[in-house]
Design a protein around this ligand. Structure first.
Ligand code: C2E
Ligand code: MG
Ligand code: MG
Length: 493
């Protein structure tokens, strides 16, 4: 081999080695870049992920404090996205998420930081909005509204068209007194939940009060859970009085007794129980106790005539196990279902009326009667009265507070005519008309005169415990008000 050939061969070898080295270097660099990319990006949408967002936020907060600028964190969540996933499956759901992200991205400035935290949760960091809080808030609101308007759209995926809206929680940062980083994302999240609660498709700015309420809800939820396992769930009974002044029935009202003996009222925990899957356990406990009370009164001539009404949550009523639960409780307690009334409200959706009708009719076949509670607070749809096999209609306190002394002159006369018309209509449909929430003799007198059948209210008695209500039924003789009786103390002797 000549020297020239040797040199040529050496060159070739070096070229090959360096080519391989370049290749290996590129491959390594690509792999490294890929790792770096996936550590900071969301693989589905290509947006930044939570890690990158948090890093960026930290840097952004320090910068905002240094420059005296105010920025904002927006937490956005699609409304009812779970339904989309459940209808078309996850793959198509993913497509919809990408479509939404692609629609929103052009609405933001180059320097805004848009990230996806997972699921249908998107977060946006907006820097240097203004050095004035009010102005920053206005601008943030405008941005949020632009985003909401843009997200609100129908999307065609998986052969279905979905109408999508979103909810946004917003929080500002920058000035000294504003939240520290650890809290910012959580606060924006809390505000987003509030936006959902207020009806979705809107923006809510974080306020301390929202968090305080949320904390209170967690506290109450724990109390309910504890009460369900202990004796601290108590029932009070409120008497219902007929035109002869006789107690003909009671409404069972649930409370939680605190360690110090004070009571937590249902307005603070029923909706929460419905949201947190606690309503079935709570309702079963209440119904069981009512049935045990009815059973224990069976051999008493007077108490055996008393009906007890139980409030039935629409969430419990729509459970497939509802009727089974009721049958089991009736069987175990041995109570007579003919003494039971189930109070349902207008909030039960008429859309699902066929299924509800089947359940309601099965209960009616057992002998349970139905009462339409809080009439006048919802849509007061006459369809309920027409469709449901009702026994009683309970006109809500809010409709009658204006009766009697609270209004004067023609306005009062008009209102009274309106109530009278409801009473006449209900009675002509064969319904018992009960007025609830009567707490003055004037209102009671006015409503007896208008022809209602039953009155329930503080005027006769507040809700009281079982022992007290037994005494009330057995020892009190009530009289219905007449024109010459005006003193409240006259009525309960
Ligand atoms: P509701 O069924 O309309 O019950 C009547 C409410 O009005 C009761 O409040 C009662 O104490 C109150 N009330 C009665 N008379 C008067 C009056 O003269 N003046 C005033 N200001 N209020 C009066 P409570 O016990 O706080 O119950 C509130 C609501 O909680 C009930 O409204 C019912 O919807 C719900 N609830 C109560 N117990 C249960 C239960 O066991 N299960 C379910 N699902 N809901 C329940
Ligand atoms: Mg009720
Ligand atoms: Mg009511």
């Amino acid at each position: 081999m000549t020297n020239t050939i040797k040199v040529q061969l050496l060159h070739n070898l070096l070229d090959e080695v360096s080519g391989r080295y370049d290749y290996l270097y590129d491959a390594n660099r690509n792999a490294l870049e890929k790792i770096q990319y996936s550590a900071s990006h969301d693989t589905l949408t290509g947006l930044a992920n939570r890690v990158a967002f948090e890093e960026n936020l930290e840097r952004s907060i320090s910068a905002a404090k240094r420059h005296g600028d105010i920025g904002a964190v927006l937490f956005m969540d699609l409304d009812n996205f779970k339904q989309v996933n459940d209808t078309i499956g996850h793959e198509e759901g993913d497509q919809l998420l990408c479509d939404v992200a692609n629609k929103i991205k052009p609405q933001l400035r180059e320097e805004d930081f848009f990230a996806r935290f997972g699921g249908d949760e998107f977060v946006i960091l907006i820097e240097r909005i203004s050095d004035d809080v009010d102005r920053a808030m206005m601008v943030t609101l405008d941005i949020c509204e632009k985003i909401l308007k843009c997200a609100k759209h129908s999307y065609y995926v998986g052969g279905h068209t979905f109408f999508v809206t979103a909810s946004i929680g917003a929080v500002l940062f920058g000035s000294e007194e504003m939240a520290i980083q650890g809290d910012l994302i959580r606060h924006a999240d809390v505000a987003m939940y509030e936006a959902k609660k207020r009806g979705k498709d809107q923006v809510v700015f974080f306020e301390e009060a929202i968090e305080t309420r949320l904390n209170e809800q967690v506290l109450i939820e724990n109390k309910v859970r504890l009460a369900l396992e202990s004796e601290s769930l108590v029932l009070h009974y409120q008497p219902k009085v007929n035109r002869e002044g006789m107690v003909i029935g009671l409404e069972a009202l649930v409370r939680i007794r605190e360690d110090d003996g004070s009571l937590i009222y249902p307005d603070r925990f029923i909706t929460l129980c419905e949201e947190r899957n606690l309503i079935v356990s709570l309702s079963e406990k209440v119904l069981m106790e009512v049935c045990n009370t009815l059973k224990s009164w069976e051999n008493d001539d007077r108490l055996a005539l008393i009906d007890i009404a139980v409030n039935i949550s629409p969430v419990w009523l729509s459970q497939p196990t509802f009727i089974e639960n009721v049958e089991i409780i009736l069987r175990e307690s041995g109570a007579d279902p003919h003494r039971l009334l189930f109070e349902i409200t207008e909030s039960i959706e008429l859309t699902d009326i066929q299924n509800k009708m089947v359940v309601i009719e099965r209960c009616a076949n057992l002998g349970i009667r139905f009462s339409l509670d809080d009439f006048g607070t919802g849509y007061s749809s006459l369809a309920y009265i027409k469709e449901l096999p009702l026994y009683e209609i309970k006109i809500d306190r809010s409709l009658i507070v204006q009766c009697g002394e609270n209004m004067a002159g023609e306005k009062s006369e008009n209102h009274n005519r309106f109530i009278r018309a409801i009473i006449v209509m209900s009675k002509s449909l064969g319904l018992i008309v009960t007025i609830e929430g009567i707490d003055t003799s004037t209102a009671a007198k006015a409503l007896w005169e208008m022809g209602c059948d039953v009155i329930q209210g503080y005027f006769y008695s507040k809700p009281i415990d079982q022992k007290a209500v037994e005494v009330f039924i057995l020892e009190n003789h009530l009289q219905i008000p007449t024109n010459n009786k005006t003193s409240e103390s006259d009525f309960i002797k």
